[in-house]
Every structure is written in C-alpha cells, then in structure tokens.
Design a protein around this ligand. Structure first.
Ligand code: UDP
Ligand code: MG
Length: 323
C-alpha cells in the first residue's frame, strides 16, 4: 500500500446500498485484470442508508485495493468526485457512477487510451438506457457545454465513465470555484482527448438521485457558473426594446402627420413608445451592471489562467547526469 498505484478509480456513492456489493465485486474483478496497479476510491457523499458501513466493510475485505472516503454530509456528485480526485494517488484517473450503469468491465478501454497518452478520455454510451426526460436533459447539457467550451469538445458530457491524466486532475483541483462541472473543466485543460464507445445498462437498483428539479437546477448552475452570455443577452434585449420604442415613436410621428392627431389616440401611443424606451434602457442598464458582476464572479472564481503540463529545459551538455 506504500507504493503509489498507477490507476485510481473514483466512484461517488450516495444511498447506493443496493448496488455496492455488486459494484465492489465487479470492479475488483475487472481491475485485477489490468496490467497496472490500482486503487478504488469509494466516496460516500453523506448517504443516509448503509452505504458508509458497506464501504468500510469493502475496505477491510480488499486491503490495499479499496480506499473509503466518507464525507460528512451530502455535497453533490461533482463535489464527491472532486473529493475523491484530491485523495487519489494514481497517474491515471477513472471516474464512474456507483449504479452500475457504466459496466466496470469497460474500465480497461479507458486506461489503455490514457496510457497511449491522451489527457481526457470520454465515453459514448451505446444504446443508452435512460428515461426520455433524462435523455432530453442530457441533450441540452451537451449542446450547452459544447457552445460554452472553446476548442475541443465531447459528444457526451453526461456519461461519467471518464479517464483523466494526472496533469488534468491537478488542474481541476486547482480550480476552487463552487459547483464544478468536472467533464467540462477537464476539457478546458486537455491537450489531447479521445472518446471510446462503452456499454450502458439500466440502473441496477435504487432510484436516480436526480429529480426533474435537480436537473433543471444543475443546468442553470452550469449556465450561470460558466458564462456571462445570459447577461449579454439582457443588455442586447434592452437595446433592442429601446430601439423598437424609438422606431415606434417615429412611426407615430409620421402617421399622425399623415392621418391627423386622431390616429395616435391623442398621445396614448406616444406614451407607449416612451415607455418602451425607458424599459429598454432599464434592461440594458441591468445587463451592464451584470457585466460588472460577471467580472467580479470571474475574478472571485480565480481559475488558473494556464496550466503548465511539462517544462522542457535541457541542461548543458557537459553535465552528464541530467535526468
Ligand atoms: N451521487 C452522489 N451525490 C449526489 C447524487 C448522486 O454522490 O448527491 C452519485 C450516485 O450515487 C451515483 C452518481 O452520483 O453514483 C450518479 O447518480 P445517479 O445514477 O442517480 O444519476 P443518473 O445516472 O440518473 O444521472
Ligand atoms: Mg445513474
């Protein structure tokens, strides 16, 4: 246990007592087949069932293979994964869900890609087994994330079976913002990424931890946490409304000149035009204020602006023992 394992598998667990025994069994069996040494980190996200006890038992049953991390209360899936990553010692990291929707037997595919030198390995779910609403939600997330990320992107951000290299994980851990969306963060630091096809099963037991409301909240979080685009829209909308007000005002002026004062209902229309301009100005002002708040947000988030993966610096040739 003193040697660092090469592969770390991080699994967030929240009320998964029904899945844990099989998860542990299948994970250990699958990982034993890996040529690399490994550790499995089970992160209990403040479960209220017997998950924590089962994790403790699994740690005893598989010494040196399983590490249990018990969080004090429920912090959410991504926080739990981050906690696991912060404790993981491997060179290659794999994240996956505890509900056996991602078969542990697929782990080797991701590890192989990481060994080949990819920084981020995503996975695409072959014939996805989820409810209709879940699929729609995940389509929107994928679309949104793809819009929000620069450069490389992934097909399926929802599938948590993923592989990350040590430098990418270090970069993620250096981001101290709340409400991280790990796959997206990872992509923003990745140099080389790839995707593999993996099987997908129905949730083995228990219920999904994401209700409709939680999903909507997550998407809202994602949007506001990563981009100031909605604020820009507000400013834009404001200017648009104000412009419409001005156009309306001019139109009223022209029409009343042509058709007489009666056409403008003796100023009632003009009132509306003026109202439009004011409302528009308010929107634009709010958007502008928001832009400043957005800047504060970006600064407060303090994400590293770059991440050095390697430094190449050859020593002078007369020094033979450089390495
Ligand atoms: N999870 C967690 N904390 C939470 C919610 C979920 O650690 O607050 C874990 C859960 O135990 C599972 C994974 O995150 O391992 C994904 O959850 P789930 O399968 O319910 O999500 P879905 O597959 O429906 O997206
Ligand atoms: Mg699931």
């Amino acid at each position: 246990m003193t040697d660092k394992p090469e592969v770390s598998i991080v699994i967030p667990v929240y009320n998964e007592e029904l899945n844990l025994p099989e998860l542990v069994k299948r994970c250990v069996a699958a990982c034993d087949k890996l040529p690399q040494s490994y550790e499995i980190l089970l992160v209990d996200d403040g479960s209220r069932d017997r998950s924590a006890e089962l994790i403790e038992q699994a740690v005893k049953d598989h010494p040196g293979k399983i590490v249990g991390i018990l969080l004090s209360t429920n912090f959410g899936q991504h926080a739990a994964v981050t906690a696991g990553l912060s404790r993981a010692r491997g060179k290659y990291m794999i994240t996956m869900d505890a509900d056996l929707q991602n078969p542990p037997e697929e782990i080797h595919k991701l590890v192989e890609k990481l060994v080949e030198g990819y920084d981020v390995v995503g996975s695409i779910r072959e014939n996805r087994q989820d409810t209709f609403f879940r699929k729609i939600a995940s389509k929107t997330v994928n679309l949104m994330v793809r819009r929000l990320t620069r450069g490389q992107t992934m097909t399926d951000y929802g599938c948590m079976l993923r592989g990350y290299s040590r430098p990418v994980v270090n970069a993620i851990l250096d981001c101290h913002e709340q409400g991280k969306f790990i796959p997206m963060l990872a992509m923003s630091f990745a140099r080389k990424s790839v995707e593999v096809m993996v099987k997908h099963a129905e949730r083995a037991a228990g219920e999904s931890k994401y209700s409709v409301w939680k999903l909507i909240a997550l998407q809202y979080d994602l949007l506001t946490g990563t981009s100031t685009f909605p604020l820009r829209m507000l400013t834009f909308l404001g200017f648009l409304i104000a412009l419409l007000g001005v156009i309306f005002g001019v139109a009223i002026l022209v029409m009343t000149r042509l058709n007489g004062e009666e056409w403008g209902r003796y100023g009632t229309f003009t009132m509306f035009a003026i109202l439009f301009v004011f409302i528009g100005a308010q929107f634009a002002g709010m958007g502008l204020l928001g832009e400043y708040i957005g800047k504060i947000h970006l600064n407060a988030r303090g994400r590293p602006q770059f991440y050095i993966e390697k430094e190449l610096n050859a020593e002078k040739p007369n020094n033979e023992s450089n390495k």
